[in-house]
Structures are given as C-alpha cells and as structure tokens.
Ligand binder design. Sequence first.
Ligand code: ARG
Length: 460
Amino acid sequence: MSSNSQWGGRFAAGPSAIMQAINASIGFDRKMWRQDIRGSLAHAAMLAHVGIITTEDERAIREGLEAIAARIEAGEFPWDEALEDIHMNIEARLTEAIGEAGKRLHTGRSRNDQVALDVRLWVRDAIDGLAGQVEDVMRALVEQAEAQAATVMPGFTHLQPAQPTTFGHHMLAYVEMLSRDRGRLLDCRKRLNESPLGAAALCGTGFPIDRRMTAEALGFDGPMRNSLDAVASRDFAAEFLFACAMCATHLSRFAEEVVIWTSPYFGFVKLSDAFTTGSSIMPQKRNPDAAELVRGKTGRVMGALIGMLTVLKGLPMTYGKDMQEDKEGIFDAAETMTLCLAATAGMVRDMKPDGARLREAAGAGFSTATDLADWLVRELRMPFRDAHHVTGRLVARAEAKGSDLAGLTLAEMQAVEPRITEAIYGVLTVEASVASRACFGGTAPENVRHMAAEWRERLA
Ligand code: ARG
C-alpha cells in the first residue's frame, strides 16, 4: 500500500487496513462538505488578498471548488476512505483537477482549525434551522391555545386531578418551555460565533494571514482570541447538544401527554389517521406512534450530549483525534430534533380536544375543593389551614354520599361549618374556578386569550 498522498512524506508505507478503518471519518463527516468548501473559499480569497497566493491561483481554486460542489450535489463525487476525511477528500480532488494551485490552498491552515471551523459552521446552520422549527411548534400551540382558551380540563399534579385549568393554558405552558429552548439555541449561536480559522495546527501561523477577513466573510463576529482554544474547544457543541436535549425533553413530556390523552381511558384528544397507526393483528387499534417516537428518540439526543462531554473530559490541550468523535452525535441529534419538531408541530395541529369529555373530567375528583377552601377564607375570614381542614371534611362527606361537592345540601355543609351560606355554590363550578384564577399567569380564559394573542404577535 502506498503512503498517504496528503501527509505521506515521512511514511514509506500506507496504514494497515484496521488503522484506516478506525481513522477514517469520511463516512460521516462528508455531511460537512458545504461548510468545508465555504471555509476553503474564504481562506483562498484571504490568501490572495494578502498576497500569499496569486489571484490566478485563487481563481483556479474557486472554480475548482465550485466544480467539486456541483459534483457532490449531483452525487458524482468519488469519496475515498484512504483520504480519511472530508478535508482531504476535497483537497485531493481539487489538486487532481487544477494541479499546483490546489496544493497551495492549505497554506497557513491545518485540518485542526479547518475541522473546528466546519463543525462550528455546521452547528450554526443547524441552530438556524432548528430555531425556526421550534418557533413553528410554538405557533401551532398558540393556534390551539386561542381556539381552546376557555375549554376547561383537569389540571394535574402527581397525575391526580388537582384544579380545573383550560386546554389553552396547558398549551401555553409548552410555548413558554419552547421559547426558553429557542433562547438557549440562540444563546449558543451567539457564543459560538467566533472563527477558529487561522489558528492553524494550534499556535497560529507565521504567514501574514488576515483572520478578521475570513471571520467576516464567514459571518462570524470576529476571530477567536487564542489559537490553542480555537482548535481544542468543543464546548459550543456540548452547549448545542444540551439545548437540543432540553428541548427534546420538553417534546417528550408533551408526547407523553398525547399518549395519555389519546388513551380511551382518558379520551381527552383525538389524533387523525395522519398521526396514528393501526395494529397488524388488532383491528380496533389506533396507536399514537408519532408521540411515542418523539418520546423515545429523546434518549439518543441525551446520549449525544453525554458522549460529547465524555470525549472532552480527559483531553489535554489541544487537539486530539478523540475529537473526531464529536460529529456523529451532533449530526444525529440535529437530525433527530428536525424530525421530532416536525412531528410535534404536525400532532399539535392535528389534535382535536374533546370538549365534553374534558369538561366532565375537569369537574371530577373534587377539583374545586381549593375554591371552596378559598371561599371560607374570603367570606368567613377563616385561617387557610382551618379552611383546608373543613373542606377536607366536606370532601369526605361527598365521597361517602357518592356525589361531588355541589351535590351536598346546604344542611349537610352546615353540619360541618354552620356559617356556610347558599353563596358557596357559586364557586363550585369548574367555570367559576378557572375564571377566578385571573392573577397574572393564571388559568383564567381571559388571561389565556390575552397571552395567546401576545405570543401570536411575537411569533408573527
Ligand atoms: N477528521 C479529523 C476530525 O474530525 C480532522 C482533523 C484531523 N487533524 C489531524 N491532525 N489529524 O477531527
């Protein structure tokens, strides 16, 4: 086997087959071909600008890279594992096509700053796509919230009926979570937006390169200030993966609710044929597979985060080949998020809440007991702890009688607390309960309408 055409000067022979197999990343890092070419175009333009290469060489490089991009796009590029990675695959074909000039492209640059650049650009592009998708899910939730602002449903803690809330309020809770996820992605983008290009192998270069020029050409705020840090750091990737993992966790919680809500025992919402599947043996089945998969795929995103942190934790400065292991997790997490966000947006828009069923469930489980206790505090000036106790006794009575709280007669109530009047029945309906929770951030339909309108404007 002949030695490597890119770095084989001091090597008499090529690598063993197993060396090549463990070393090669072309099988996955080819996903970064656009970023790699973008970076090389900027680097070549800068080299010509400062006079390190001629403008003829720069033109040959540019046209050569554009031709390569067209070949890759057309699926006609001959990927070669012997050339290890995306950087050397492209450079070798460039030199094959344009000769000498191609060999000058790597002046003042190393694969170490090149790969750091490509990954940064790839993550930045991924963030731009994902942030837009998160917004789309938010928009879908806001649409449901506006349509269902006054649709009462049970609010749960411990998955036990707690207090009545509205379907709209529930939707808006997820809008808040997703807006923070979006914010985390954009924060990550802000912090990662510095260019590592020009750090070269690790110490910078003696060539009079202009790092500001390439940084600007590639849309960065400026060059990274320390060359060692530039090639050694992937905290931006870990941060991106955390933002993804947190968002996946929120999507998973929502998906879990869809699974519960579509179970016939709950029957809170219906999904159409578009977002459910049947069973190959049980003809009656309608399974919420999309929701289950959104829930299930969360694990791989979390895995990517842990994988990234683990790769970094024992690495001495600066670059180590271990870092080649950063990519597959990043790609898989981003692609998983793209799919899960699209599926969630689809489910949210598809979902039909069953208003009657939700209304019935909202009133079950003595869900207005807190309202009763609050009435005792407000009207009888009873200390809340005592009111809690009195209400508990009334719940026990109703339970024994097999009725809800409004099913107790005034006499039965007065047997527990003689000062209770007819007026108490006014607070025992679920509608009165939700309407009363009009404090800022509360569940009242008026609030929900207001907040949903605010979000709609912000997302327009
Ligand atoms: N394929 C490598 C990676 O993904 C590129 C950088 C290789 N650098 C080196 N000095 N071997 O990390």
